[in-house]
Design a protein around this ligand. Structure first.
Ligand SMILES: [Zn+2]
Length: 220
């Protein structure tokens, strides 16, 4: 319901559930209340994950706030644990093959997978889990709806696999410093996005390390 911000979804009726209410902006919360009133009020507020841009306004809507565990069902939406972007991230599956994908898959740009806790391996597992579901329409936490979810999921998997390949190529070519690896495997990234790329690379290095595929200790 905000243009550049987080997408808020209302699902079902009598009462409806609100997914990711987003910011605490009073106008935004009032718009949610008004839309929900036409659907018989708010039964539950659901969160895809605990990041503030999805959850900040949640407690102000006067309904129970739930970040469900895997398999829990609320108001006709079934939660699917999909860690990676955040450890507590879930997607919601609804009727007719609708998937509310939170920040796992975005309508625009690329999802951030911060390093730590095996996040990238978990992220890849989450994408594959979604690939195994019958999804017709994906409604992401940011950006427009995704009308070809299979293509988008494949693109996400391939993009990460491409980076991993290029990183392994650079390692095999003898690069051992983080700066050189970044320059080699992320050479298409504009300079202002290099800090993000460096973070993405850390998640890749962590994954390779866990999988025993990192040849040696790297220099800073
Ligand atoms: Zn997030």
């Amino acid at each position: 319901m905000t243009l550049e911000g987080t997408n808020t979804y209302l699902y079902g009726s009598d009462p409806c559930v609100v997914v990711d209410p987003g910011s605490e902006d009073p106008g935004h919360l009032e718009a949610i209340r008004a839309a929900a009133a036409e659907r018989g009020g708010i039964g539950t507020v659901l969160l895809t994950h605990s990041h503030g841009d999805h959850s900040a306004g949640a407690e102000r809507l006067g309904a129970e706030v739930v970040l469900p565990g895997d398999g829990e069902e609320h108001g006709g939406l079934r939660a699917l644990a999909t860690p990676g972007h955040a450890a507590d991230h879930v997607c919601f599956l609804g009727a007719g093959g609708v998937c509310l994908s939170g920040d796992l898959v975005l309508g625009l740009g690329s999802t951030i997978v911060p390093p730590g806790g095996g996040s990238l391996a978990a992220f890849m597992g989450s994408l594959r889990l979604l690939q195994a579901q019958e999804i017709e329409l994906m409604a992401p936490g940011h950006g427009p709806w995704i009308t070809d979810p299979a293509a988008k999921l494949a693109e996400y998997v391939e993009h990460r696999e491409m980076r991993e390949r290029r990183l392994l190529d650079a390692l095999e070519g003898g690069e051992r410093s983080r700066a050189a690896l970044l320059q080699s495997a992320w050479d298409d990234v504009p300079i202002e996005l290099l800090p993000m790329a460096a973070m993405a690379m850390e998640a890749h290095l962590e994954k390779l390390e866990e999988e025993d595929r990192l040849p040696i200790e790297l220099a800073e």
